[in-house]
Design a protein around this ligand. Structure first.
Ligand code: MEV
Length: 307
């Protein structure tokens, strides 16, 4: 039996714009999804995956691994465990895809470097979702914090440690597929406006990369606020997210924004004390009706836990 784990992710800047060829900054979280795989002889594939209700990512991984890694099995037992709920939108689908590809490659002794693993896992996710930048796949594969451009055209590590963010869940489930589709429709209707906004977000991302490296937390926060204004403008924010973001800022956060596709899911706030978990901002998020998700950024990428 092989056991492999991969981390979840959160986007610090550049969501949506990254789908249109701009950069985003994504960081891996220390919450992990674990996949255990063993071979059987009865020709059946048994999946026990209580936390991953959407089996399409597992099914698509099996098909693509067979084709691209030349894996021929006689039957498999697959079990997944997740230390974080799929409701948060923290990249559990990408994590299960990356972890399962890695586990299958290890079980059948197929050598696979991280870039190849990223490429096949990204194709697997596209096979299911049809659209997406792959930043969640990059975080699950490489870990750490990266500036990332769609499809992995750029995956550049950002040398930063201990980014003091606090993550708040809005309690509302957003749908990435629906929101990415909504922006695609808007892009067709108003290409100039959307291009202008995405270009501006791209500039914010490049400045944010420098601010993160320089640990200039005031600037890191201010750039989050700028990014949030554009996200609101393209219509992917939500009343509840806005309430929590504004409560976090009133409590002293240097900046706050939604994170991911929006329409609900999570927000992030930045405060130098955020890393300790004891911070007025966390309390304000809770009081505004959010749930503080106790995870930290810059975690390790996919790894073999047991073989
Ligand atoms: C979703 O977590 C982030 C988006 O930018 C979509 C993507 O990058 O695939 C909205």
């Amino acid at each position: 039996m092989i056991t492999v784990s991969a981390p979840g992710k959160i986007i610090l800047y550049g969501e949506h714009a990254v789908v249109y060829g701009r950069s985003c900054i994504v960081t891996a979280l220390n919450c992990r999804l674990t996949v255990s795989v063993s071979e059987t002889e009865d020709g059946r594939v048994i999946v026990r995956s209580p936390n991953c209700k959407d089996r399409r990512f597992i099914n698509s991984t099996l098909l693509i691994a067979e084709k691209e890694l030349n894996i021929k099995h006689k039957g498999l037992n697959i079990e997944t465990k997740c230390s974080f709920s799929g409701k948060y939108g923290l990249g559990s689908s990408a994590a299960v895809t990356v972890a399962l590809h890695k586990a299958l490659a290890a079980l059948y002794k197929v050598a696979i470097d991280k870039k190849t693993l990223f490429d096949i896992a990204y194709r697997t996710v596209l096979n299911v979702q049809g659209r997406g930048s792959g930043c969640d796949v990059a975080a699950a594969t490489f870990g750490g914090t990266h500036r990332f451009v769609t499809g992995g055209r750029i995956i550049r590590p950002i040398d930063t440690d201990g980014i003091p963010i606090i993550i708040g869940y809005s309690g509302i489930k957003g749908s990435t597929v629906e929101l990415v589709g909504r922006i695609a429709k808007k892009f067709k209707e108003e290409p100039e406006k959307l291009n202008r906004i995405f270009k501006a977000i791209g500039k914010i991302v490049k400045e944010a990369e420098e601010a993160l490296i320089g640990r200039d937390w005031k600037r890191v926060g201010t750039l989050m606020n700028f990014n949030q204004e554009y996200l609101r403008d393209i219509g992917v924010s939500h009343e509840k997210l806005e309430t929590i973001i504004s409560a976090a800022k009133k409590a002293g956060a240097y900046g706050a924004k939604l994170s991911g596709s929006g329409g609900g899911d999570c927000m992030i706030a930045l405060h130098p004390d955020g890393i300790s978990g004891k911070c007025a901002v966390s309390e304000a998020i809770r009081k505004a009706g959010g749930e503080v998700v106790d995870v930290s950024p810059n975690a390790e990428g996919v790894r073999i836990e047991k073989s």
